[in-house]
Structures are given as structure tokens and as C-alpha cells.
Write a protein that binds this ligand. Structure first.
Ligand SMILES: [Fe+2]
Ligand SMILES: [Fe+2]
Length: 222
């Protein structure tokens, strides 16, 4: 057993590379936004940073990064139930890599629950993955830039020039700072599309004993 498996080793695993490429090409085929390595890396980085800034132990930070990187590999099978499918695929891969079961279970619990919008995050790692995943709003995720055919979801992502999650451990706040080009997309469209996501981020922040705050173009909304 090896309790030192790192995100760098995970990223080199050929099964993981194929699952992420397949997930992204499945989504490209239906015109859905980017869901490949960029989204995996973004989620991993933000999940790790959230726990790091809240002074969680280094190994827990690394497990959050790994769970964040792997959270959407289930999309290689289907979008429906991708969280649970991804957890099962991850169990198989991490067993083969000889990660200890106590670590595997923390990771698959976070992956399996990352779309459970009606339940509280079951752990700090799960909460961190939700925050990484649900705050990835950015114009680079949009595949076609034809505004005439773009749906509101695409427009909201396309209009987002900057998204940054700021964690303040003293104030116990987790703030999502967005810069949105409101000529492309009115701020109200953002709320219409992302209200459920924002509630999910608020719940996840609560698990981490923090308050979730939202700034759009420097105005505080939540
Ligand atoms: Fe997902
Ligand atoms: Fe995701």
C-alpha cells in the first residue's frame, strides 16, 4: 500500500487520461461546454487551495486535489449518474495503484456526492470538490463563440472574463469574485442559470464552517 500517491502520478495514469479525453469528446459531440483536463485541473487546484487556506493537513489537501481532478471521469460513460459511475471507476483505478482503502473511500465519497445538491457535503474534501467544480465559470469553456446560436448557459460562461475563489480563514469567508461582460450577458442571466449552484456552494462552505460570498463586477450579491 502506498499512502503517498500524488496528483502528479494520477495525471500520468493512462486510464485516467483516456477517461478524461472520452468524457470531453462525448460532451463536445453534443455541443456541451469543456469537461476535460482543463476543468479537471481547475477543480483540483481550487479544491486543494480551499483546504490549504483553511489549514487542513497537507495529505487531506492532496486528497482533495486528487478527488477534484477525478470528479467528472464518470462522464466517459454518461452524463446521467456520472458522479456515482465516476466513483466506481475511481475505486478500480486507485485499488490498482495500491492506494490505502481509507484514502480511496474519502476520494470516492467526494466524487460520488459532488452533484448531490439536496444534501450537505459529507466531508471537507467533498465540500472542497463542490466549490472547485461549481465555481468553474469561464469563457474558455465555451466551444463555439457564435452568439446567435449560443444558449443562455453558453452566454453566461462566455461573458465571464474572470472567476476567482478567495478564502479568508480569519473572516471564515469563501468569496467567489466574478468579472462578467454585461454587454454579452446581463447579470440576471447569471443568477437564473446559477442560482442552484450558488446554493450548493453556500452549503459546501457551511460544511467548512465558512460563509459563502458572491461578488459580480465588485458588487456584493450574497
Ligand atoms: Fe459533475
Ligand atoms: Fe465538473
Amino acid at each position: 500500500m502506498s499512502d503517498t500517491i500524488t496528483l502528479d502520478e494520477i495525471k500520468k495514469n493512462p486510464f485516467i487520461v483516456s477517461y478524461l479525453k472520452t468524457a470531453d469528446s462525448n460532451f463536445a459531440a453534443i455541443g456541451y461546454k469543456e469537461h476535460g483536463m482543463r476543468h479537471a485541473q481547475f477543480t483540483a487546484t481550487v479544491a486543494g487551495n480551499v483546504l490549504k487556506h483553511l489549514d487542513y493537513p497537507e495529505r487531506e489537501v492532496e486528497l482533495a486535489r486528487i478527488a477534484g481532478y477525478l470528479h467528472d471521469i464518470g462522464n466517459s460513460i454518461a452524463q446521467n449518474d456520472h458522479a456515482q459511475n465516476g466513483a466506481v471507476l475511481t475505486l478500480d483505478i486507485l485499488e490498482k495503484m495500491k492506494m490505502p482503502y481509507r484514502e480511496i473511500f474519502q476520494i470516492i465519497e467526494a466524487i460520488g456526492s459532488h452533484e448531490d445538491k439536496n444534501a450537505d457535503a459529507p466531508s471537507a474534501i467533498a465540500a472542497a470538490v463542490i466549490l472547485g467544480d461549481k465555481t468553474d465559470v469561464h469563457h474558455t469553456r465555451v466551444r463555439s463563440v457564435d452568439l446567435s446560436t449560443m444558449d443562455m448557459h453558453g452566454r453566461v460562461n462566455y461573458a465571464c472574463e474572470r472567476a476567482f475563489l478567495r478564502v479568508d480563514k480569519n473572516a471564515r469567508t469563501i468569496a467567489l469574485e466574478l468579472t462578467i461582460d454585461n454587454k454579452t450577458c446581463p447579470v440576471m442571466d447569471y443568477f437564473e442559470i446559477f442560482m442552484q449552484r450558488l446554493k450548493f456552494c453556500r452549503q459546501a462552505s457551511k460544511t467548512l464552517k465558512c460563509e459563502f460570498v458572491l461578488f459580480i463586477n465588485k458588487d456584493k450579491f450574497l
